[in-house]
Design a protein around this ligand. Structure first.
Ligand code: FDA
Length: 306
């Protein structure tokens, strides 16, 4: 089921047609408060009252026209202006292919550099999402270049990739900010763990290698997962190093395990909710279905009148 859903996520014919189906549009609302920034910011305000911080990501990937990349960059400047106006500590998270990385890396770099500079001016962070394996090496190199100029940029790494522990070691001299996720793409067994248990073990080992750096102020580590069991294990490791829950950063997606987001925040963890919005939600939504095929049942239930 996961493989089929991830194939559907990449299929251009379906990408054109599925988003027009009304029941799918209804189902996607579970993971997305709306298609515009205002909806995302309203959702963030609600979370803030529960002690949960926010990050914003505008959906879209693999652009085919550099003009669109300019529009995306302009949009993120508007997001940062809105964050500054509200005086919140919200962050932004961006896919490089959304900034035209497939078409011209230098243009994507120029756009991201401008966003990172503006984020720095207002005292917040710009994160780089990690896409499928063909992008990993280039994205890490992009981050290394950007990190040399900006203290406030972070990178997402995927625990399912065999290479990730080595990548973490490579990045340590940069005092990196790393958001660790399990990984959302359909990667072959030659480069990635495919069994849940193996991914979890890899995740925990990478987290364990980063926590001492967090304690020493030499890295920022964010656990990007809804796996509360893993979060508990990370918290225990952190406690053994003298890190209280307040220094354990956890980030989850809007609409997923909201109850756990609230509980962790109430226990003092530094919880952030990544809020996605925008019109181009199809491949992103299909990856959310692939993570938990039971979500397909939820989507199909939207067909029913009750
Ligand atoms: P796991 O899949 O084991 O889920 C743990 C539990 O959480 C499940 O049992 C279920 O209860 C719940 N859950 C998880 N996913 C759900 C869903 N879709 N619907 C309903 N319940 C669900 N990936 C990537 O490749 N590049 C990236 O840049 C990012 N960025 C990113 C940021 C943040 C903040 C998060 C939380 C995740 C990502 N991801 C990502 C996605 C990530 O790689 C992974 O696919 C998902 O987080 C699912 O894995 P979990 O760690 O949640 O564990």
């Amino acid at each position: 089921m996961r493989t089929i859903l991830l194939w559907m996520a990449r299929n251009p014919w379906l990408k054109e047609r599925v988003p027009r189906l009304r029941f799918v549009r209804r189902a996607v609302r579970r993971f997305m408060p709306g298609e515009d920034l205002a909806s995302a910011m309203t959702a963030a305000a609600g979370r803030r009252q529960e002690g949960i911080k926010a990050a914003y990501t505008r959906l879209g990937e693999n652009l085919t026209d550099l003009g669109e990349a300019q529009a995306v960059a302009d949009h993120y400047h508007e997001v940062l202006d809105a964050i500054a106006e509200r005086g919140t500590d919200d962050e932004v998270s961006i896919k490089l292919t959304q900034l035209g990385y497939d078409l011209d890396v230098e243009t994507a770099y120029r756009h991201f550099d401008g966003i990172a500079r503006r984020a720095g001016e207002i005292g917040t962070w710009a994160w780089i999402d990690m896409e499928g394996s063909p992008y990993v090496e280039g994205t890490i190199a992009f981050f290394e270049r950007s990190r040399r100029g900006h203290e406030n940029v972070g990178l997402c790494l995927q625990a399912y990739l065999h290479r990730t522990p080595t990548d973490v070691q490579r990045l340590l001299p940069l005092r990196p900010a790393i958001r660790l996720v399990k990984g959302a793409y359909d990667e072959p067994a030659s480069i990635a763990y495919r069994r849940g248990r193996e991914v979890d073990a890899a995740y925990l080992a990478i987290a364990a290698s980063l926590l001492p750096m967090v304690r020493d102020g030499a890295a920022r580590f964010m656990a990007g997962t809804h796996d509360v069991g893993l979060v508990e294990q990370i918290a225990r490791l952190g406690a053994s190093l003298g890190l209280p829950p307040q220094r354990i950063e956890v980030e989850m997606l809007y609409g997923i395990r909201s109850d756990q987001q609230r509980l962790l925040a109430a226990r003092g963890f530094d919880v952030r909710c990544l809020i996605a919005y925008g019109e181009h939600w199809y491949p992103w939504y299909m990856r959310r279905l692939a993570e938990r095929p039971a979500n397909v049942v939820f989507a199909v239930r939207q067909l029913l009148p009750w």
